[in-house]
Ligand binder design. Structure first.
Ligand code: HEM
Length: 464
């Protein structure tokens, strides 16, 4: 049954349309009054609190809906999916990603997904496990007892190297600093870009604030093009994702090269930023919940008996998976998603016009006490099989849903479990006292001030 809005709000009607309750004033008015990038999560939380499962507001002429109920989310992402595109909701992301799998639509999207699919096939995933553990084992060797580390940087570098190695058969270790730094630069500018009218056009005339964006994008492109050229020269055919993309690229015309660049950069960014952030938040949550941390350590010691994990261990590391799942609930790296309606549509009792933007937020719904009682408590038991089975579908959607569901989901679960197990086997991470922790919703949910933690050696086993 479809949910209805709470409260005793009167739903406005306008012409033949019937809108859910929401802000009466145009949001542009607020923006002009307090011209600074507002935190969109605060806005979404306010909408959910004030208007319930579905809220309506306008920015300029544009109608926006904010959904906060699993039935509505299923309706948009699955049932009425044909009527919705990403289009305007990913306009800003296109400035970095171009027309890659995340931002493309229709035939172009289908083709890209088809080309990439074999690299994410179940049979390929075990091959990647060894590379993930190898890289994590190398990193844990470099840590020193009592050392203060920015775990945010560590996790970004680790997952960037893993994507390069597994999907693009490339050793990026020499360039990882430069690449991560350029991407950070872009993320820092992202909020500014989101607020800037006509930013897509302005990058071409390069006002001072955007010069940094253009420079950083050039640095990223240079690394990507170097990778493509090296692969072409080696005539490599190991079946890596990059080989598949090269084989499907019709020629070396500027358009094909641009498209290849867009496809590569999209998987790079989607494949490392998300997992890195999930792990950063997991280390933080473990440091705040010693009982859960102890249970995780017990499981690792019991199941692995001191050896490094392999692919076959993943199903046995069940608590590690529950910890990772609970971390994705509280700090979902993809914290919100949007769709854009092609034609008029119905949602429950409401009739909405074409060109309405529909927003939903994993961050907000995952913290809804109706579905996750005592929502701020970190409790991996919520992901025990029986507890999971009791919850309605679409209350938890860190990887999206429907035809555009994350292609890297299995990759990400395995990577999360293996990296947690490999690193936590030897190390415990404690938050540096007084270090401020605040989620910052950019393209992904990052810790605004990084994550400074103290590395503490576990047990007396030698590092190996
Ligand atoms: C914890 C890790 C991850 C999270 C939370 C995550 C989340 C998501 C979400 C929510 C979407 C759907 C967006 C939408 O429908 O608007 C998505 C799509 C996508 N993800 Fe992930 N992702 C993760 C890891 C990965 C990895 C490891 C890869 C690749 C190696 C990847 C590649 C992609 C791609 C290419 C898409 C676009 C799929 C399409 O539109 O057909 N993701 N991801």
């Amino acid at each position: 049954m479809m949910a209805t809005a709470v409260g005793n709000q009167v739903s406005p009607t306008s012409g033949r349309y019937h809108f859910p309750p929401g802000f009466q004033r145009n949001l542009l008015w607020f923006a002009w009054r307090r011209f600074r990038p507002a935190n969109p999560i605060t806005l979404f939380q306010h909408l959910a609190q004030a208007y319930g499962d579905i809220a309506h507001y306008k920015i300029g002429w544009n109608h926006i809906l904010f959904l906060n109920h699993p039935d509505y989310i299923r309706e948009i992402l699955v049932v009425q999916n044909d009527n919705f595109v990403k289009e305007r909701t990913v306009r800003r992301s296109k400035m970095l990603l171009g027309e890659g799998m995340i931002t493309a639509e229709g035939a172009q999207h289908r083709l890209q997904r088809q080309v990439a699919q074999p690299a994410f096939h179940r049979q390929r995933i075990p091959e990647y496990a060894a590379a993930m553990v190898r890289e994590a084992a190398r990193v844990r060797q470099t840590w020193r007892a009592g050392q203060q580390r920015d775990v945010a940087i560590d996790m970004m570098h680790l997952t960037l190297n893993i994507v390069a190695d597994t999907l693009f058969a490339t050793d990026l270790r020499a360039e990882v600093d430069e690449l991560a730094d350029a991407i950070n630069r872009i993320m820092d500018l992202y909020n500014f870009l989101v607020m800037l009218p006509a930013a897509e056009w302005l990058v071409h005339v390069r006002p001072p604030g955007l010069a940094g964006f253009v420079r950083a994008r050039k640095r990223i492109d240079a690394v990507v093009y170097r990778m493509i050229t090296a692969h072409r020269r080696q005539k490599s055919d190991r079946g890596s994702l990059l080989d598949l993309m090269l084989a499907a690229s019709p020629d070396q015309s500027p358009e094909s090269e641009q498209s290849l660049r867009d496809q590569v950069i999209t998987i790079f960014l989607a494949g490392y930023e998300t997992v890195a952030n999930a792990l950063i938040w997991t280390w933080y949550l473990l440091s705040q919940n010693e009982d859960c941390e102890r249970r995780l350590h017990d499981e690792i010691d019991r199941e692995l008996q001191g050896r490094l994990p392999v692919f076959d261990d993943v199903p046995r590391l069940r608590y590690a998976e529950m910890v990772f799942a609970e971390s994705l609930r509280l700090y979902p790296p993809a914290w919100a998603m949007g769709r854009y309606a092609r034609a008029d549509f119905r949602l429950g009792e409401f009739l909405l016009p074409a060109r309405t933007t529909v927003l939903m937020s994993q961050f907000v719904l995952h913290r809804d006490p109706r579905f996750f009682p005592d929502p701020l408590r970190f409790d991996p038991e919520r992901f025990a099989p029986e507890a999971k089975a009791r919850r309605p579908k679409f209350t938890y959607f860190p990887f999206g849903a429907g035809v555009r569901q994350c292609i890297g989901e299995s990759f990400a679960w395995m990577e999360g479990v293996l990296l947690l197990a490999t690193l936590a086997q030897k190390w415990k991470l404690k938050l540096v006292p007084g270090h401020p922790v605040e989620p910052q919703p950019l393209i992904t949910l990052r810790p605004r001030f990084g994550m400074r933690m103290l590395a503490e050696r576990r047990g007396s086993q030698p590092l190996g």
